[in-house]
Design a protein around this ligand. Structure first.
Ligand code: UDX
Ligand code: UDX
Length: 415
């Protein structure tokens, strides 16, 4: 099929490369020329396992010019949807992209489907995207179709997740729209659920909120276990053996970060509040998670006074396998350390470039130099941190690095 993707970010680029690999004709549109140039030269602008190799195997047309999407059967919207502190999402990117698509739909002969992949609050596709597309003078259902088809990719495992989806959810304006996406996804070995647009938008938000809930639940159990001298990882193992519970997303620690889980909770909270419902559980999960990195700092303060101390961070990315630092726990930790007067040194195998844009004032060093600090904080569970020599050190561990237990003083966040 002929597929266009608007937004060559973490999601758009991965799905573009994967759809091309599966034999589709792919056009990738972005406003960022530097990013497109890198992709054109087959160098991924982000770190994602297997992506450079995949880009070297496929042909993708890249452009800033929306006219290139004219012949497409399906146009996926994959631009970002960031949110501010209050949780209200900024829909500028999606609004701008949709307006540009409408200009193309205006002149297009024949039917095509516009499919939203960006995470949006329930109702957004119907109330924002469709009206904007209809400013073209064309009519949804007759001249073009609309779907909402979220991705459930985990960064670091995105290509694997794309190729092996647990499920495909197709939210459709009408069955003609959905048929087009069904045709694209039917060869995947996964159940396909076809439903309406706003249900699909909610499935995406509820799924991420549920994962966030599991993590927060085990973090709370972990905080209790620590007081009682019980190993929460053994507890999680025991719980996970019950297949009603399952073992996923029960790793206790610093909490969740990234571009999705924190933002999606906020999106749910503001959506609920707008319709007059107070989502107490979800609000509590969000604020519990915000507080977990600060709890971590309190544990550090048991062993060292921050003022003038050299504190070394192992890990800055929101999880291993990515260079992404969006909503990483490291951000709150560094803020608190700097506020307390500490001198901060940090190491991450992939995320230094992105983190240094947020914190140019801290020192970025090798992992060996981090080990020379007065105290070491483990923030991301990169595998290589399991090979360091922690003997004689003071370590506060947010991610359960077993080798770090050799430290002179070792303190786990929930264990
Ligand atoms: C995606 C989803 O879209 C988001 O809603 C979801 O919650 C997480 O995954 P992501 O791929 O991580 O977002 O976003 P990002 O890496 O910021 O990429 C968005 C891209 O869209 C950027 O390359 C940006 O330059 C581009 N863009 C943005 C456009 O091309 N046009 C615009 O008008 C705005
Ligand atoms: C998530 C969803 O998993 C994915 O389906 C969706 O499309 C995008 O959002 P991602 O943000 O890439 O993916 O990362 P994920 O692997 O889910 O981890 C999210 C955060 O939770 C990370 O900060 C991670 O460290 C943390 N986490 C995860 C835990 O603290 N404990 C766990 O057991 C699992």
């Amino acid at each position: 099929m002929r597929i266009s993707i608007i937004g060559a970010g973490y999601v758009g680029l991965v799905i573009g490369a994967c759809f091309a690999k599966l034999g589709n004709e792919v056009v990738l549109i972005d406003v960022d020329e530097e990013k497109l140039e890198a992709i054109h030269n087959k160098a991924s602008p982000i770190y994602e396992e297997g992506l450079d190799e995949l880009l070297s195997q496929v042909h993708i047309e890249v452009s800033t010019d929306y006219q290139k999407i004219l012949p497409s059967d399906i146009i996926f919207i994959c631009v970002g949807t960031s949110s501010d502190e209050s949780g209200s999402i900024f829909l500028e990117q999606i609004t701008e992209a949709t307006k540009q698509i409408a200009e193309v739909v205006k002149t297009r002969e024949g039917y095509c489907v516009v499919a939203v992949k960006s995470t949006v609050a329930p109702g957004t596709t119907e109330e924002l995207v469709i009206p904007l597309l209809e400013t073209s003078g064309r009519k949804v259902g007759d001249d073009f179709g609309v779907c909402m088809c979220p991705e459930f990719l985990r960064e670091g495992k995105a290509i694997y997740d794309f190729m092996h989806p647990a499920r495909v959810i197709i939210g459709e304006y009408d069955s003609k729209s959905g048929d087009m996406l069904y045709k694209l996804y039917q060869s995947f070995n996964a159940p396909i659920l076809r439903t309406n647009l706003r249900t699909t938008e909610m499935i995406k938000l509820a799924s991420n909120a549920f994962l966030a809930t599991r993590i927060t639940f085990i973090n709370e159990i972990g905080n209790i276990c620590k007081q009682l001298g019980i190993d929460v990882y053994e507890v999680a193992k025991g719980m996970g053996l019950d297949d009603r519970i399952g073992s996923g997303y029960l790793n206790a620690g610093l909490g969740f970060g990234g571009s999705c889980l924190p933002k999606d909770l906020k999106m749910l909270i503001s959506g609920a509040t707008e319709v007059g419902y107070k989502p107490t559980i979800i609000e509590e999960i969000s604020s519990f998670n915000d507080a977990q990195p600060l709890r971590f700092i309190e544990l550090l303060k048991k062993h060292i006074s921050l003022k003038g101390a050299v504190i070394g961070l192992l890990g800055l990315a929101f999880k291993p396998g990515t260079d992404d630092v969006r909503d990483s726990g490291a951000i709150k930790i560094v803020e608190a350390l700097l506020q307390g007067g500490a001198i901060v040194k940090a190491y991450d195998p992939m995320a230094v470039k992105n983190f240094s844009k947020l914190f140019p004032q801290i020192e970025y060093v090798t992992k060996e130099e981090v080990l020379d600090s007065d105290a070491i904080l483990i923030v991301t569970e990169w595998e290589e941190f399991n090979k360091l020599d922690y003997k004689g050190k003071v370590v506060v561990d947010g991610r359960r690095i077993v080798k770090a237990r050799e430290a002179r003083i070792y303190e786990g966040i929930c264990w």
